[in-house]
Ligand binder design. Sequence first.
Ligand code: GLU
Length: 584
Amino acid sequence: MTSPHRRALPSLLVSSIIITFSAAPAAWAKSPVATGTGGAAATISVQATQSAMTILNQGGNAVDAAVAAAATLGVTDPFSCGIGGGGFMMIYLAKDKRVITIDHREMAPANFKPTIFQQDGKELDFEQTVASGMSVGVPGTVRGWHEALERYGSMPLKKVLQPAIKVAADGFKVNANFSRLVASNEAKFQLFPATAKLYLKDGKALPEGSLLRNPDLAKAYRELAAGGIKVFYEGKMARAIVDTVNNPGGKVRAGAMTMADLANYEARIRQPLRSTYRGYDIYGMPLPSSGGVAVAEALNILEGYDLKSMPRDKVEHLYLEASRLAFADRNAYLADPEYLEAPVQGLMSKDYAARRRELINPMRAAAHADAGDPYPFQNDQSVPLRPAQSKLLAEGAHTTHLTVSDKDGNIVSYTFTIESWGGSGITVPGYGFLLNNEMTDFDFSGPHPNVPEAGKRPRSSMSPTLAFKNGKPAFSVGSPGGSTIITTVLQTIVNHIDLGMSMSQAVDAPRLSERNNTATNIEPGYAASDAAKALEKYGQRWSPAQEEIGAANALLFNADGTVTAVSEGWRHGVGSAQVQKLGH
Ligand code: GLU
């Protein structure tokens, strides 16, 4: 493929520039915040952040470094992401002042039809469908990395995979978080011998401190390094994927993927969504992710309030109500744009937001919001599809987000996933990676825009986001967490812009996720806080199911030209932020 945007290698080696690192290799302490003067990286894994820094220090750009970090996360966080899944990458090209996105969401195999997840007119059991060959979509990650590097990178895949190959071959120490996650998935992993062999010992999760090597994944990466995307989509690896999906073993349901499904897979270069919020330009992910639309609609609703003059409890009450309204619309209207024209323009219009705002009682939580009618706010109102139903799907809460910038000002904000923890639970034998269960992000029954169809991409919530002020990068942010991704990104923006928190305070603050459910999701310990009590006075209600929400990573571009990389300060075993310090 030709590479019109391929950049020359940044000239890091010119004599006037001295590179030092914020942390010497021997002391790769896991620090969630770092400020520097060159490139920066924030991920949830110390090894992944280190891989990004290695590539930046070798002269790679942000795209090269993001792929290096992503490949490493596929080793150290294999239950959240990897080459068996898909994702959405947002890239800012500093020289062109342009934001683009690469949609490499998994695609439904050609045998899919709207009733595929039904039997005798009833929806199949969700958990059984997750752990099955049927839930596996055609993986998009390798194609996404290929497009990113070919079009916008400066290094070949072969080079950027090297740090991840080393981690997979040498191994890494299992931490408490990793061990806990495996323990909670023992039943699923026991169904699949190749998965059990890798992550269980005598049927139990590997204990904290175990050295975990994944030589099969190192081999898979080496084959990709040598042969490129053809290996994955047409070669031996493709055959192994198809055979595994169609014969997953045991009593689990088989899928019906074909070699043609893999060979036909394409990534999409999509125009990002642009909205504005209090003087910021906010770039969000377009469909088939609902993230960009939902974040923009909620921010547009909030923009009508003078939040800066309000106490925190009131700001948070309004944030929850705006999110409720945006989710009513998101749940009703959004799906793969190649299958259905969703009213995106109407949903993102400021006038529509004003109409939605009228529904908010500033003193009282609503029990439920109905989807609105955005069609009068579209230029073309000719084919209105009124919402058929409004529901929140049972989605996983696990994915990963990373963000990288380079010394030339390019930025990547990248979320990718295999959907549930451990995806379908099926490891491709001999290749050491888990296959996604992304197809369970479809509605199991219709009528709904998001029903399964051949070649379709299920609606996502992934929300890699970039914000600009006066044409200059201001911050990047994103998170895992299924549909809570949207609320985490939204709340982090409100915390930072409206509540005046630093980016690390904004990331570390307690998360509240209102998705037009009967009650708001909160994190353990929050219900007893004064902040929770203050919100209860507005009638806000908390869901009893309480766990950590999200694992955000962000970059903040400071007025003095420095960049601050921010990861989680306490969630998910603490994230890892590193920066370059370039001096003259
Ligand atoms: N499958 C989800 C989505 O695309 C992501 C899964 C997660 O974050 O847990 O929105």
